[in-house]
Design a protein around this ligand. Structure first.
Ligand SMILES: [Zn+2]
Length: 359
């Protein structure tokens, strides 16, 4: 986490979007062709992502709009800071995206739907604005989150990650951002309960002789978030499992582009996260080293399998339908491939320009 200035300038604030009620001809007329987020979700469910993308592209090229009465409406605000940069704000209730390319609107819509359907995240955000801003970021952490109190919650996400990774991985990364960081910190009693887990050597699950310690970790809260028995780990796991259920809900209801693989991707993202924090004491770059990383990647694979078996064996009854969707055995070469994929995605942002943001 780091301090940063709020992303919206006064100029942008004058472009606040209108959110008219959906589905009434009067509302559509009053909105002058604006599109509402609830409408886009409805259109996505009934007519598919292609229809949404088509409509947004149409709107992108024709901001005045001529499609009143043609169906559900979405509010899209195009803000021009300096030519030729165009920025788009896209909202579902109090959850909102900034800087999404028209090519990725369907993905953004699904992310907003997942967040606003997630009971733990919704309760934590508690009606405040929650803004996700995509940026051209090439750091090793693809996202961070800042709780601004009454001003809301700010999530910043690397555009390359959002553009290159499947929905399950994006949902998994958001589960980390909320579930390890501000959600546990917002819960009464967690800090006190957590005190006993801090600054001590704890065994790494599945890796005899290895320990992790929040005091010496790169980020202490990451270690506290993967320690079996600690409140932060329990909350992170709860956030991830509920996210998995929402992805399964979408797959079962045959939402456009949704598939049971999304659930597997999310679980893989979660398990890779906890395993790589635990196996490296949150020094994850150690695993990326070509020369010394082989042993670390083998350890991550072992720890991954241990967490996976522990979680799938003790899955609460309400999550029983997730059990067949746990990922297959993680072999060390798959860990290597995961790090390689992330490195490639970061490189794509270094050498190219993510479509969603201005470089
Ligand atoms: Zn983190």
């Amino acid at each position: 986490m780091r301090a940063q200035k709020p992303p919206y300038t006064a100029e942008e604030a004058t472009h606040e979007q209108r959110r008219p009620p959906v589905g009434t001809p009067a509302a559509s007329r009053r909105a002058g062709g604006d599109i509402t987020p609830a409408g886009v979700l409805a259109l996505q469910r009934t007519a598919g992502n292609a229809a949404v993308t088509g409509m947004v592209k149409h709107r992108w090229h024709d901001p005045v709009g001529t499609d009143i009465g043609r169906g559900p409406q979405v509010t899209v605000t195009t803000v021009q800071r300096a030519l030729p940069i165009q920025r788009m704000r896209w909202a579902s209730g109090n959850f909102e995206f900034t800087n999404v390319s028209p090519d990725y609107m369907d993905k953004a819509t699904r992310v907003l739907d997942l967040l606003s359907s997630h009971s733990i995240i919704k309760k934590y955000v508690n009606g405040r604005p929650c803004r996700i801003t995509l940026e051209k970021r090439t750091a090793d952490t693809p996202a961070d989150v800042i709780d601004r109190g009454p001003d809301g919650v700010q999530v910043t996400m690397a555009a390359h990650y959002f553009e290159n990774y499947e929905i399950g991985y994006i949902a998994g990364m958001l589960a980390h951002e909320f579930g390890i960081h501000p959600v546990p910190e917002s819960r009464r009693g967690v800090t006190e309960e957590e005190a006993m887990f801090k600054d001590m050597d704890w065994p790494v699950p599945g890796l005899s002789g290895s320990t992790m310690n929040s005091a010496t970790a790169k980020q202490g809260d990451h270690v506290l978030g993967v320690l079996p028995g600690s409140p932060r780990y329990q909350i992170y796991k709860d956030v991830a499992l509920e996210m998995a259920r929402l992805l399964l809900r979408d797959a079962t209801s045959q939402a456009p582009e949704a598939s049971p693989k999304d659930v597997t991707d999310l679980l893989d993202c979660f398990l890779m996260d906890v395993a790589s924090v635990a196996a490296t004491n949150d020094n994850r770059l150690a695993a990326a080293s070509l020369f010394s990383g082989g042993a670390v990647r083998r350890n991550i694979a072992t720890v991954y399998e241990h967490y996976k078996n522990e979680i799938s064996t003790n899955l609460p009854e309400e999550y029983a339908d997730l059990k067949p969707l746990f990922p297959p055995e993680k072999v060390p070469s798959a860990v290597t491939a995961d790090f390689g994929r992330l490195a490639k995605s970061v490189a794509s942002a270094m050498w190219g320009k993510p479509r969603s943001v201005d470089g």
